[in-house]
Design a protein around this ligand. Sequence first.
Ligand code: ADP
Length: 311
Amino acid sequence: MTAPAIKIEGLSKSYNGSDALSGVNITIPDGQFFGLLGPNGAGKSTTINILTGLVRRNSGNITVFGKDIERDYRFTRSQIGTAQQELSVDWFFPIEKLLQYQAGYYGISPKKSRGRIEELLNRLGLWSKRKSRLRQLSGGMKRRFQLAKALVHNPKIIILDEPTAGIDVELRHELWDYLRQLHQQGKTILLTTHYIEEAELLCEYVSIIHKGKVIAEGAPKNLINKRGKAGITIHLKQWEDTLQELLKPYTYTRKKSQLHFTVKDAETEISKIINLISKNGCQIQRVELTKSTLEDVFLSLTGRGINEQTK
Ligand code: ADP
């Protein structure tokens, strides 16, 4: 059997005495599309930054194709291409030059990288911009450039930190298509996301990370079947603050006047919830029963929605 693409065991990290990661274990087989899913502050970037050598761990083991990321860092870094959230590159060179330099870090000569760069720029719709500086590119183009930069040395593993955060729907779908293609070509992909939809759509396997610990893992479908509960969405005419106290016994999230409940048994709970709300004089406009999603899994595990800061 071949070694896993990435194996993380007992990974811990603290910043100024406060734990960012407490004993994280993750195994990603070669060729898997893997998602590290969790709310802001869960520890996703810290995990990735340790994996790519930007941050030092306090304890734990990490191997890439069986080799230690510190002892064999030359090998392990050559296997990985990373697209970080922040761009930390020179703004003054044409983007094709930046890609050439990036390839150079991996010992690939300009002559050898030329074809690959042309192919990537074409594939990512950046060929006509090859002579432009980064600051002349739109936000979406910068994202695509980041991906080109991660791929220029043709790594086996691609790590993407929140690849679609803050980009429009159209580009998000384009990127998803491209990531699916890379996966089909046999690449191992690790992406972090706090978009449940993204993890459900793309990933074969996810680890849900919360407060520095992996609290659940599995194929999205299995997680949903095992832990997911039914969802009830109630659209109110108007939210009333008095509802907060009344609904305390329930696990729910709220977006303006729309409430999403996660319950074990929708049929018995739905009438109770409706009664409770209407007794309070609130008007209900619409009620929907929804299939369980990873959001319901997260909610049932943590008691709060993935994008909620506090409750
Ligand atoms: P995520 O990527 O899931 O949003 P992070 O890995 O960025 O989470 O953060 C995990 C925790 O570590 C958070 O509490 C964050 O405030 C803290 N943290 C991250 N980076 C630093 C740093 N450089 N210095 C101090 N605390 C940090």
